[in-house]
Ligand binder design. Sequence first.
Ligand code: FAD
Length: 376
Amino acid sequence: MDNTADVIIIGGGIIGSATGHYLAKKGLKVYLFEKDYLTAGSTGRCICGIRQQFSTELSIKVAMESLKKFAFMHEELEHDVEFHQGGYLFLSHSEEKTETYKKLIVIQQKMGLDVSYIGVPEIEKLVPGISTVDLLGGAYCPSDAQANPFLVVHGYVKTIRKNGHVFDHTEIKAINTDHGRVTSVTTDRNVIYYAPIIVNAAGPSVSDVALMVNLDIPVYPERHEAMITEQIERFFDMMIVDYRPDGCYFNQKWGKGSIIGCYTPIPVKPGKDTGTSFAFAKEMGRRMARLIPKLKNIKIIRQWSGSYSMTPDGNPIVDCTDIEGFWIVGGMCGHGFMLGPEIGWIAAEHIIDQSCPYDMSTFALNRDFSSKEVMK
Ligand SMILES: Cc1cc2nc3c(=O)[nH]c(=O)nc-3n(C[C@H](O)[C@H](O)[C@H](O)COP(=O)(O)OP(=O)(O)OC[C@H]3O[C@@H](n4cnc5c(N)ncnc54)[C@H](O)[C@@H]3O)c2cc1C
């Protein structure tokens, strides 16, 4: 194996592996570097939800296209990725939320999404035993889904390996440039690998990697804890999202019956620390049982944490930079798994053709970050 590739990718999560998969499919020789094991970052720590309910046309389109790619993934990657369309249900406990969801549903339906606002009786049928205290209704999209991130990433890297190489347990320590363009990377073993294109897909470390070429980008890591319960008989099919300040989100794993979930703490916790807390386990149990009282005695069997890579407006960054050949594909916030397949495809198209498959200004590096993704 020589030290030169067409493209070097830094990061072995869904974003790096999906981008590498689509580049490799076009015949490029890709070298992907992962400092730990594949999926060791946020990707292996997510709760596996795939939804299409977003608030901007671009995010909705990317999410819908991504879902299509998930749906055919078992054929494309030639193995099952545990994809299951059980839907997403965003609960509303206030008039304000109901109004927001109804407004967004108009945009989402216009784009062809099978989403609708449903009332409490229908919710009770979909989630037997759900508490109806303060419940007004919810935004329900039955085609939203779940899949297994480990199986997805391992499928994507199979394609990269056909013509390139995956270097796990290999950290990139420096990105080398010459006259304003990237030339190579230096690993923690002090080996240099060369490529005219380097993609920064380092997830919560995307800003640290950008700093290797003195680029300051607006992405910061935010800690999130998560948990999974013992297996119980399946009684609901969708991701339930309770966006109240003390709400939570969880779904029941397809085929297995465990409930997997998390919540966003207030105030949010910045950083990349992967420790866990008893406070989270206790509070998550309380929040789930408030929504579905029969979950009161269910046992949490594992907990962990990971980081979102947050941008100020809640949308990703998919763009080239002023340093020739250096690309940023990051800032996925809490949506990188669900958006990953389409983001990887877009990034690959963008890199190969130097043109966007569709208007990507919402994901540009130098955009105005003052707007906000409402469904974040
Ligand atoms: C608790 C939790 C729940 C979530 N739930 C969902 C969900 O239900 N649905 C959803 O779509 N998203 C969810 N997310 C968000 C999702 O996990 C992320 O958006 C997504 O995984 C980001 O993928 P990535 O490839 O950009 O980053 P990562 O998966 O973090 O991959 C980046 C990789 O880069 C590597 N790396 C960093 N620096 C270097 C270096 N210098 N050299 C080599 N390698 C390096 C890291 O080790 C890491 O493996 C959740 C996240 C968390 C934490």
